[in-house]
Design a protein around this ligand. Structure first.
Ligand code: ATP
Ligand code: MG
Length: 570
């Protein structure tokens, strides 16, 4: 490919609305352009990378025995009503009506469609196991689309679904997908780490996520290096504190806290540690009343844990300011558990406090010196909070966990019979009895991988593609192409020879200054660059530069194709 003909869409300026480096670089290098919030065009350069990701994923899925299908992006509501997810999924599900006023959605995932397909096509245990996958566009109306294609509303996912006769078969299918994922991320040059995960709204009972560790990651991953434990922090269970609650020393008193709305403002105003305060969150209950969830001021709610409570409506929904006022008589910033006429569920660590500070259920006031069992009832406690660095490791409580940020690039689940039972997905076993399929589902974020790869590998000059993802393997930058016949002839011959040898070559044949060409090739991250000019040719050499290491070496022109084969281990 020649730059004169290629749709190169690089930008000089860093786009103002792009917060993280991968989003900035994807725009600057001309990989993507935004069409609407969370909806993107993939331009030729980006599409080349995307195709490479899909190809590796496809090869490894095929190798693991999965078969490719293509299911519809648009799905009828009835399927989702049968599984119960039409109501459970919430506003992330993009719903619409056709001209006959029938309800449809744009698929955020395909368990319903695939289970219905399996139900009608797989009759006997002899047809099992089966694993079907597709690489397809999904839509999730994410509450906060951001970071470009990292969290978009429309994105491409590889999703696979396995069907087995029994739980053992499901475990084997799961293991084979897990192994395929390890190979996929290795082949893509990504350092991805498998961690124990929660199954979320997809359901099921056993799951792992694959994460690329990066500071910009939206997930927090807990590690315990001595015992090898690795899990999404959502999944880290915390037990009640082993130490006793200290004795009460203070008496409860109301204190005016004008203009204090947050825990940070409260601890600054009263000059106390946030650890000595409580925060009270009002969420929708499963019954008529809302429910109060109480945490220590410095802790965050783990919505996955909260959703396991019967008292709480699923999906978890925070009460609005109006609902909070109706239920507590106060604005959100001054709510507290004392005298509250709602069900109250308290996190273990919040229940271990004495002489704490909490909202007084009166605007502009808090209570100090509050104690459980004296100023309010002994609490009903539960594990409600997000784990943090330093919490005990769930498998080896003598060790404490470390927390790193991660980007979720893949997720594998054992679903069991959740969908087959809901959607009558049954087959006949060897004894002629009807049995539900044991299912697994396996997702990879194809579009997100491109962003994750850039987060992991870039420098101040631009993207540094891992070789398997690079849109081109090598670029040729001629010096004086239009002026020197010798340069022009050599460049053309080498271009043809490299393409012949199987390299994807980008020849910069524009009439630009060398500096402009160099910086653009650096920005788009081509792994190998060669410069060809009259000076070098006089000595029979090309000037080679490695994008990742910055190393520059002069190589003999006549053996360069062989040299590049070695350098790129093609
Ligand atoms: P997240 O927690 O990041 O929202 P998820 O658990 O909802 O992800 P899955 O349902 O497991 O995601 O989807 C499989 C894969 O699809 C994810 O591992 C991720 O790589 C990708 N993915 C999910 N949501 C998005 C999105 N909004 N934008 C881009 N990729 C996504
Ligand atoms: Mg999600």
């Amino acid at each position: 490919m020649r730059t004169s003909q290629f749709f190169l869409a690089t930008l000089k300026e860093v786009p103002a609305d792009a917060e993280i480096v991968s989003h900035q670089l994807m725009l600057r290098a001309g990989l993507i352009r935004q069409v609407a919030a969370g909806v993107y065009n993939w331009l030729p350069l980006g599409h080349r990378v995307l195709s490479k990701v899909s190809q590796v994923v496809r090869e490894e899925m095929d190798r693991a025995g999965a078969q490719e299908v293509l299911l519809p992006a648009v799905q009828p509501a009835e399927l989702w009503q049968h599984s119960g997810r039409w109501d459970d999924y919430g506003p992330e599900l993009l719903r619409f009506k056709d001209r006959h006023e029938r309800d449809f959605c744009f698929g955020p995932t395909h368990e319903e469609v695939i289970t219905t397909l399996a139900r009608s096509e797989i009759r006997s245990y002899r047809q099992l196991p089966v694993n079907l996958y597709q690489i397809q566009t999904k839509f999730r109306d994410e509450i906060r689309p951001r970071f470009g294609v990292m969290r978009s509303r429309e994105f491409i996912m590889k999703d696979a679904y396995s069907f087995d006769r029994d739980s053992d078969g499901m475990s084997q299918s799961y293991q084979s997908m897990y192994d395929a994922y390890v190979r996929i991320f290795e082949r893509l040059g990504l350092q991805a780490q498998a961690v124990e995960a929660d199954s979320g709204s997809i359901g099921g009972n056993f799951s792992h996520e694959f994460h690329v560790l990066a500071d910009s990651g939206e997930d927090a991953i807990a590690f315990c290096s001595p015992c090898g434990y690795a899990a999404n922090v959502e999944k880290v269970n915390l037990t009640p504190a082993s130490c006793e609650r200290p004795d009460a020393k203070e008496t409860m008193a109301e204190v005016a806290t004008p203009d204090v709305h947050t825990i940070a403002e409260l601890s600054a105003f009263l000059k106390i540690d946030a650890k000595q305060t409580l925060k009270t969150l009002i969420v929708q209950g499963s019954g008529d009343l809302p429910v109060a969830l109480v945490l220590r001021g410095d802790h965050d709610l783990n919505s996955v844990k909260a959703e396991t409570l019967d008292e709480i409506a699923k999906p978890l929904r925070m009460a609005s300011a109006k609902e909070i006022e109706e239920a507590t008589g106060s604005a959100p910033g001054s709510v507290g558990p004392v005298g509250l006429k709602l069900p109250v569920i308290v996190d273990h660590d919040a229940s271990a406090l004495s002489d704490f500070v909490c909202g007084a259920n009166r605007d502009g006031f808090h209570l100090q010196g509050v104690n459980w069992g004296r100023d309010l009832a002994e609490p009903t406690t539960h594990d409600l909070r997000q784990a943090v660095e330093g919490d005990p490791c769930p498998t080896d409580p003598l060790q404490s966990i470390q927390v790193r940020r991660g980007i979720e690039v893949g997720h594998v689940f054992q679903l069991g019979t959740k969908y087959s039972e809901a959607l009558d997905g049954n087959f006949l076993d060897a004894q002629g009895r009807s049995q539900p399929f044991y299912m697994g589902c396996y997702g990879i974020g194809i579009t997100r991988i491109v962003a994750a790869a850039i987060e992991q590998s870039h420098d101040e000059n631009g993207i540094i593609w891992p070789a398997p993802l690079a849109p081109f393997d090598v670029c040729i930058v001629p010096i004086g192409l239009k002026k020197s016949e010798q340069v022009a002839n050599t460049v053309e011959a080498l271009y043809a020879e490299l393409e012949e040898a199987g390299f994807a070559v980008l020849l910069d044949d524009r009439d630009e200054r060398p500096g402009v060409m160099f910086s653009e090739m650096d920005l788009i991250g081509i792994p190998h660059r060669i410069v060809i000019g009259e000076k070098g040719l006089a000595k029979g050499i090309v000037e080679y530069r490695n994008r990742a290491t910055g190393e520059t070496v002069d190589y003999a022109l006549d053996a360069f194709v062989e040299t590049l084969k070695t350098l790129s281990s093609l």
